[in-house]
Ligand binder design. Structure first.
Ligand code: GLU
Length: 307
């Protein structure tokens, strides 16, 4: 196994592969997030790289007491053990404040006084871009987007393009409740942890151009991206937080790993059904083939029948 130490002065300059799994502690892992954990792990390990876990616990109103511990226990029961300590984003507030200050110093951000009621679901129309209207209080902080199209070559989903000003608009980097927005925190931490490739669910594909844009503004490296198909049930609904917890409890870790591998298009050896989790993972590392991962979910998950 390759071990590379993080260089505190140039943390983004690690050349060996480094992947990560970044759950939010808003509940236990569901089948889709177990799939993401496993895929990011196998992709890293099959390249002789490191695999880190980051707890994305900034959204305190959505954090659920005990969820971080449950998630780490779930990962451990599957044999998914990170290289190094788990990084909690709540310990990184200073780094986010510095990034926000760097953007503000270059007038790349502006205070915004609009409320959700003012804006609805529409693309931000630039209301506070040139200053707050008299009598308006600053609420959130937004970053000015440019008129460019960000083009991303995703390793599973292929080319993805987004015109930021037409399709997204100036977006929030510090929320009205003073919490740093996910997009800012994720790019600061991916760079700081030296992440070379992000493997995560395709529900975040649409967010990636915003993250690439912030990386460019902050002078941070852009990792490679691979967005996995989203697991859904027979009704096409995203799976509930309880699905994974129940899967491990009822089906056991080996059955869960097996189901995740099948979902990822890897055709696990049926004999693995009677193996230890560590043997399933070993098989996974040896046979992992990202090109076999389907772009869209081809397996329907039936949570009530176990996995
Ligand atoms: N914390 C995010 C989530 O649980 C994932 C963020 C990421 O992988 O970039 O949905």
């Amino acid at each position: 196994m390759i071990s590379a130490s993080l260089d505190a002065r140039h943390p983004g300059r690690i050349s060996v592969y480094c992947g990560r799994f970044a759950p939010s502690p808003s509940g236990p892992l569901h089948f889709g997030s177990l799939v993401t954990a496993l895929a990011s792990y196998l992709q890293a390990r099959s390249r002789g790289g490191r695999w880190l876990v980051r707890m994305e616990d900034l959204d305190t109103p959505r954090n659920q007491p005990g969820a971080a511990t449950t998630i780490l226990r779930q990962l451990d029961s599957l044999g998914l053990r990170p290289d190094g300590a788990v990084l909690a984003q709540s310990t990184r507030l200073r780094a986010y404040r510095e990034a926000l200050a760097a953007l503000a110093a270059r007038h790349l951000t502006f205070p915004c006084g609009c409320s959700r009621q003012d804006l609805g679901e529409a693309i931000y129309p630039g209301t506070c871009r040139n200053g707050l209207a008299p009598g308006r209080q600053a609420r959130a902080v937004r970053v000015r987007v440019s008129g460019e199209t960000i083009v991303l070559q995703d390793e599973i989903q292929g080319e993805f393009r987004q015109h930021l000003s037409r399709e997204v608009g100036d977006f929030v980097v510090r929320r009205a409740d003073n919490i740093v927005a996910y997009h800012l925190a994720v790019v600061v931490d991916d760079a700081w942890q030296g992440i070379t490739e992000v493997v995560r669910g395709a529900d975040l594909l649409d967010s990636t151009p915003r993250q690439i844009y912030l990386q460019r503004l902050l002078g941070l490296p852009t990792p490679r991206y691979a967005h996995l198909p989203i697991a859904a049930d027979a009704q096409g609904q995203k799976l509930s937080k309880q699905t994974g917890a129940r899967a491990i409890a009822e089906g056991g870790p080996v059955r869960t790993l097996h189901a995740c591998l099948e979902y990822l298009g890897q055709r696990p050896d049926p004999r693995l059904q009677r193996a230890m989790p560590s043997e399933v993972l070993e098989w996974g590392v040896a046979h992992w083939d990202l090109s076999k991962v389907p772009r869209r979910a081809t397996i329907i998950v039936q949570p009530d029948q176990g996995l």
